[in-house]
Design a protein around this ligand. Structure first.
Ligand SMILES: Nc1ncnc2c1ncn2[C@@H]1O[C@H](COP(=O)(O)OP(=O)(O)OP(=O)(O)O)[C@@H](O)[C@H]1O
Ligand SMILES: [Mg+2]
Length: 395
């Protein structure tokens, strides 16, 4: 059954933007009402939604939302308010409002807030997996960071010579090259083929679409034709990962360098995210931007494992600078070994085979050993908890 969401705002334009963002989610039935409280009271009474996101305005007071929350226990309420001082938040929390978003609420903030609530309300639906294969997302802070090399080699090492089953999915939908890092064999099908056939996607169809890249290691390749990238939607990615999780112990996503609805969906699905960067100022600036995106999405800090690739001693910008800038000590490093990296990529073989005793291989092995062996529980704190954490930097 679809999850019913009610959106209320006095501004039709705001509503349109919110609805468009939520349209990316499958299995949501959205009712958007442009107006004030009196326009939705009958709707709440007749067919209470699962979630209601209500923008406060002259005709929709916090007292009104408090009243709704008290009289409609089946509905979770979220409010958008220009006033987000401690008193308002405390009052809203006492009234049972799940989250207060500061106005104006951008569509991606609304999407993230609704996802958080959906995860709490329907843990199984928000994370529908038969089996519990773990999902790792490797993402670039900037092009050429080494993301594909890291994703491919992490996947290869996690397969542990066939003792585990691992799938690498290339989400660089234009010009993806992850399969080429591990094998020279052609892929029987690619991710856009599966998107086209999503209605009949099951374990068998997925299995027959993968290219085998070694013992216990498979790849779902990116489309050969870059123009097919538009055919893959976030809902497709969710379904593909859901089926993949049922078949594999680990699913590694090469998320690449773009943030868009598809890649944000991928990051959301990941139990752990590895953002890859290098120790230069432009990378550092983008890493900080990415960190803010993760915070906005409500990711717990232990979901993120920063990776400095091509690390070498004596750089102007140090690891310590980066730790300070990102506010974490949890940063892995991989050494700069151009010959090894290029030989592996050019031969379509993992680093472990091309240069088993190299420093790069040792770094990749250490990264793999630090990878969790079981999915992370959802440790996103409540909105109240997040607000308390943010309190010291009060506006
Ligand atoms: N640790 C390393 N030491 C030296 N060179 C490296 C290292 N890692 C990657 N490289 C080199 O960097 C280049 C880019 O690597 P890769 O394709 O993995 O990056 P990417 O982040 O996936 O790039 P894109 O943004 O194009 O997807 C490759 O030519 C590779 O040889
Ligand atoms: Mg790449």
């Amino acid at each position: 059954m679809p999850t019913k969401i009610l959106l209320l705002s006095p501004q039709a334009r705001t509503l349109r933007a919110w609805s468009q963002a939520l349209d990316l989610e499958s299995e949501l039935e959205i009712e958007a009402v442009a107006g004030e409280a009196d326009a939705v009271t009958p709707l709440l009474d007749v067919e209470p939604p699962d979630l209601a996101l209500v923008e406060l305005s002259a005709g929709t007071s916090l007292a009104q939302v408090e009243h709704w929350a008290a009289t409609h226990p089946r509905t979770d309420f979220l409010a958008v308010s220009a006033e987000t001082g401690p008193e308002t938040l405390l009052r809203a929390m006492r009234a049972g409002v799940r989250e207060v978003l500061p106005a104006p609420a951008a569509p991606d903030a609304v999407l993230a807030a609704l996802r958080r609530q959906l995860r709490k309300r329907f843990p199984a639906a928000a994370d529908p997996r038969g089996a519990t294969g773990e999902v790792l997302g490797v993402v670039s802070c900037k092009g050429g960071a080494g993301t594909t090399l890291v994703a491919a080699n992490l996947a290869h090492l996690l397969a542990r010579q066939g003792r585990r089953r691992v799938l690498l999915i290339d989400l660089n939908l234009q010009f993806g090259d992850a399969a080429l890092c591990l094998t020279t064999r052609p892929a029987p099908r690619h991710i856009a083929d599966l998107a086209r056939d999503i209605g009949r996607l099951d374990a068998e169809l997925l299995r027959s679409s993968l290219v085998e890249a070694g013992p216990g290691l498979w790849v779902l390749a990116a489309p050969e034709d870059p123009t097919l990238s538009a055919e893959v939607t976030p809902a497709h990615v969710r379904r593909i990962v859901q089926v993949a999780r049922g078949l594999h112990d680990h699913v590694v996503l090469d998320v690449g360098r773009l943030l868009n609805p598809v890649t944000l969906q991928a990051l959301d699905l990941a139990d752990r995210v590895y953002p890859v960067l290098q120790l230069t100022l432009p990378f550092l600036r983008d890493a900080q931007r990415l960190k803010r995106v993760f915070e906005g999405l409500g990711y717990p800090t232990d979901k993120i494992r920063w990776v400095v690739n091509r690390h070498q001693p004596g750089t102007t910008l140090t690891l310590r600078d980066l730790q300070r800038a990102l506010g974490t000590e949890r940063i892995a490093t991989l050494p700069n070994q151009y010959e090894v990296a290029t030989a592996a990529i050019n031969q379509g073989r993992p680093v472990a085979e091309v240069a088993p005793r190299s420093a790069l291989q040792r770094g990749l092995q250490a990264l793999t050993e630090a990878a969790p062996q079981a999915p992370q529980a959802d440790r996103t704190p409540s909105w109240w908890g997040r607000w308390l954490q943010a309190a010291p930097v009060a506006r």
